[in-house]
Design a protein around this ligand. Sequence first.
Ligand code: GTP
Ligand code: MG
Length: 379
Amino acid sequence: SPYNSQRRHASKHRFFVVELSQALFDFVIRLLPTQEEMAVKEDVRKLLERLIRTIEPDSRLLSFGSTANGFSLRNSDMDLCCLIDSAERLSASDMVTMLGDLLERETKFHVKPLPHARIPIVKLSLDPSPGLPHGIACDIGFENRLALENTRLLMCYAMIDPTRVRTLVLFLKVWSKRRNINSPYKGTLSSYGYVLLVIYFLIHVKNPPVLPNLQQMPPLRPISQEDTHIGGHNTWSVLLAFIAREASLTPRCRFFDDIELLRQRWQSSNTDSVADLLIDFFRYYSRDFTYNTGVASIRGGLLKKDSKGWQNELAASRYNDSRERNRFCIEDPFEIDFNVARCVTKEGLYQIRGEFMRASRILAMRPRALVTLAQLCEE
Ligand code: GTP
Ligand code: MG
């Protein structure tokens, strides 16, 4: 009967989803950096910090990007940021030149200073060796405080629901790299862009949401008798104090970062498995996201290109280069005038959307989970 066939269909789907979720965990776990790798990277950071301090004694060298936000894959490169705490510091491009010279003299790194880039950096790399089979690649920038803050924001999102958020993000990073749609230099999207797409989807598309919006106050459980009396420790008042403090500050980078408190007070009522979320993610970005008019903003939800002045009406003119800049729009969480997907070209977007559709198609066929993953990430 049609009823039975519907039930068989549903139970086959459940089976596929359970199997796929497990396969996703296993897949991602094998790609995490090892303890040794993390230790070596930390040693490299300390060594570089010591050297930089011979130029600027009041400086600190901090990790950002994937090494610091919980979305690191094996052999991913290191993003480092140097903060200088003294009043009369050298300019970033002078620092890049000086540090480049110093590292060339004192270390075995291949050194490439880029003092005149939009964001001046020193690029470093180490060749593979028996102890470090993949070598190391590292960029050092200066005073990039916003990058440190957005790293912290992403880390907080990773911590709220580590299993689902990290599995999804890590899988999509591998997938986008293997499918060749993860290079802003070639007109596609950075890892940072993909992470924002995932978080946007989990906050603003899924209903009920998987993540709260840390840049707006999260909807915490209302106060109850228990909260005020038990243990004499009233987290609700801590929260009110937090709101008051934040309201008086309102700097552009504020967000709710007390993840411990949040975990006590807020729990997502969304119980989708990782596989459910992945299937919906691909469906949403292949079918529903309004690429022509929409801006994905983890801070504000789905915004309009018009309202941000990012429309490409003038796109008809091929002399207007803003057209290439705003094909695909993802708002940076803190630099809200900045389109994280500005490098995505017409061809790049076509390729990215094609890949979302391909992934959706493969998932809809529901072969065995391992076959699905292999097919999805085929190089
Ligand atoms: P992999 O290097 O691919 O492992 O990924 P990743 O997580 O390190 O991401 P990516 O290299 O794309 O970016 C590293 C960090 O640089 C991000 O966490 C951001 O802090 C910062 N960043 C990268 N791209 C942008 C951008 O377009 N705008 C801003 N504001 N920050 C960016
Ligand atoms: Mg990186």
